[in-house]
Design a protein around this ligand. Structure first.
Ligand SMILES: [Mg+2]
Length: 214
């Protein structure tokens, strides 16, 4: 872990895959916590994107808008990779030097007094994040207080969640079902199956997470 203060609660947000809603969930929870007076911050250790993506749509911009920090604070600009691939592959393709999980961890800085700090990975839990590891490696390195696994509640969710949860030895883990529809019987049955049979802690709205941490 980098020198300097650590948030009172450190939360890593990962997912069962890419584009499952990690950034949306992190921003929604952070915005709500901040509105309730919590000192929140979010970090995206590295982001890759298409060169045509709007600046405001980048993860660091969305997270920074929610927490009140500039995107360059959320993700250092030398980790902005304008190539829509897993970060270490994007860096290689852009001719940039390889980087390690330790490099990314060393670049995590928090203001003193941060109550809740979120770290968003890239892609899913096992997607390459650096040359030598993925978000699971990051979790093993920084030992967060909580891990949030964002998942799509569509058919296949039980399989996806089981693989991710089984790959982590994390005591405090919450599965966040994104775009959950209370009126969809497949969504509700899957939620109940994960909760009742697997003992997974499942939430279906950002406010459910906020109420635990505010
Ligand atoms: Mg994201």
């Amino acid at each position: 872990m980098s020198a300097g203060p650590r948030p009172d609660r450190l939360v890593v947000v990962t997912g069962t895959g890419t584009e499952v809603g990690k950034t949306w969930w992190t921003a929604a929870v952070a915005r709500d916590l901040r509105a309730r007076g919590s000192a929140v911050a979010a970090r995206k250790p590295v982001q890759s994107f298409a060169p045509t993506d709007a600046l405001t749509a980048l993860d660091a911009s969305v997270l920074g808008a929610a927490t009140g920090e500039p995107p360059e604070t959320v993700c250092p600009t030398h980790r902005w990779l304008a190539e829509p691939m897993a970060p270490p592959m994007a860096a290689a393709r852009l001719g940039l030097p390889p980087f390690t999980i330790a490099d990314l961890v060393g670049e995590l800085h928090w203001d003193a007094g941060t109550a809740i700090g979120f770290v968003e990975g890239a892609g899913g839990l096992r997607s390459p994040l650096a040359d030598d590891g993925d978000t699971r490696t990051l979790i093993q390195s920084i030992r967060p207080d909580h891990v949030v696994v964002v998942a799509d509640p569509a058919l296949g969710v039980i399989h996806d969640v089981r693989l991710v949860v089984g790959a982590l030895a994390q005591r405090s883990l919450v599965v966040a079902l994104n775009r959950f529809d209370d009126h969809d019987p497949q969504h509700t049955a899957s939620r109940d199956w994960l909760a009742d049979r697997d003992g997974v802690d499942v939430v279906t709205s950002p406010s459910a997470l906020v109420s635990r941490w505010s």
